[in-house]
Write a protein that binds this ligand. Structure first.
Ligand code: FES
Ligand SMILES: [Fe+2]
Length: 376
């Protein structure tokens, strides 16, 4: 798990003026909307004596702790300590980590890290957002596996044949071979498009898109450690463009958020049916992912055997090494070791401007430690 990337945290409709606790990167956050409806994401641990802010309430533009009523605004600044009385002076060290937020396509995203704005990896692009002729639905589900396993699965052209009966022939044709893939690299990822041989679509409402056995274009790629895209072009004009965020709740639990854009079957009455279809495909992936050993993706490739079909996965693992070298990987083992004894916060951009904080930032694996681990 890494700091310094954008993460999808929650369906926008679930974020209201009632504080909501979410887990991400092994840490608790509180989400709420202020009096103008702006969403905010803060560390959930009150800097007084550790109360859970999500158990409190929203007062105007602030979230109030349920324990002694301290209030914090969307910037994480403590604005009220009731026990000090009206004239009480609020110490700056009461500040709480607050994260930059974006609300896009029905999801709440937060930048979880301390990089200043100019240096932040951008949120994965969603070029269809607001475009005429495209319609989206949003879906979410949980998987009991490491988020990296999920990202790798989405960039794995060889699994379709076996995991998704509608995408391949389940290994029954002896002329099966995964298409060669050419990787395209971006600043924060890599991906590919390829031509697949696939059966017709079984669903009567979708069958017209692919009535015959034959070829279709599809591909996928990653953006940062936890976001990816999948494009499925049934024909040159009928397409699905999917954007996914694999949000690590902790090292072995992941919440997936999918924005599913389509440029056909645009009738809103079909949203539910399309959602159902997406969940059938997702459950086929979940069944395989939850049984993988080890749950947490290995740090090197010596105990697995990659083939040419795993090219994108190898590129992803190399990219992870790059973020290790920047010192962005959370030292999850240290967090787990100290669970119940130390409350951490994911460092926010505010830590670059203010020196003194009540909570320790989550421990990180230093670049030197990961280089040493890779060499061993
Ligand atoms: S613990 Fe939050 S106000 Fe005391
Ligand atoms: Fe899949």
């Amino acid at each position: 798990m890494y700091i310094n990337f954008w993460h999808a945290l929650e369906l926008a409709t679930n974020v209201t003026d009632k504080p909501l606790k979410v887990e991400v990167l092994g840490q608790p956050l509180v989400l709420f909307r202020d009096s103008k409806g702006q969403p905010h994401a803060l560390s959930n641990t009150c800097t007084h004596r550790g109360g859970s802010l999500a158990g409190g309430k929203v007062n105007g533009d602030c979230v109030a702790c349920p324990y002694h009523g301290w209030e914090f605004n969307g910037d994480g600044q403590c604005t009220k300590i009731p026990s000090l009385g009206r004239e009480g002076k609020i110490p700056p060290r009461t500040r709480i980590d607050a994260y930059p937020v974006q609300e896009r396509c029905g999801l709440i995203f937060a930048f979880l890290g301390d990089l200043p704005e100019a240096e932040r990896p951008p949120l994965q692009a969603i070029p269809e957002e607001g475009q005429e002729g495209w319609r989206y639905t949003v879906h979410t589900w949980d998987v009991a596996c490491n988020y990296e396993r999920g990202v790798e699965n989405a960039m794995d052209p060889a699994h379709n044949e076996f995991v998704h009966p509608t995408h391949g022939f389940s290994g029954e044709r002896d002329d099966y071979k995964t298409p060669d893939i050419e990787l395209t690299r971006t600043d924060w990822g890599a991906g590919f498009m390829a031509t697949f041989f696939a059966p017709s679509l079984p669903d009567p409402k979708m069958k017209h898109l692919k009535p015959e056995i034959g070829t279709m274009r599809a591909g996928s790629g990653h953006h940062g450690p936890n976001a990816m895209w999948t494009y499925i072009h049934f024909t040159e004009t009928s397409m699905l463009h999917q954007y996914l965020w694999e949000t690590p709740l902790d090292d072995s639990h992941t919440r997936v958020f999918l924005i599913n854009y389509r440029n056909h079957l645009l009738d809103p009455a079909l949203d539910a049916k399309i959602g159902e279809r997406n969940m059938v495909v997702a459950s086929q992936d979940v069944a395989v992912l939850e049984a993988i050993e080890p749950t947490i993706t290995p740090n090197d490739m010596t105990h697995e055997n990659m083939t040419v079909a795993d090219k994108a996965i190898v590129a992803y693992r190399e990219a992870l090494k790059g973020w290790d070298a920047k010192g962005w990987r959370i030292d999850s083992q240290a967090v787990v070791r100290n669970k119940g004894r130390v409350a951490y916060a994911i460092p926010s951009p505010g830590r670059r401007n203010h020196k003194s904080w009540a909570l320790d930032a989550v421990p990180l694996v230093t670049g030197a430690q990961s280089a040493q681990a890779a060499a061993e």
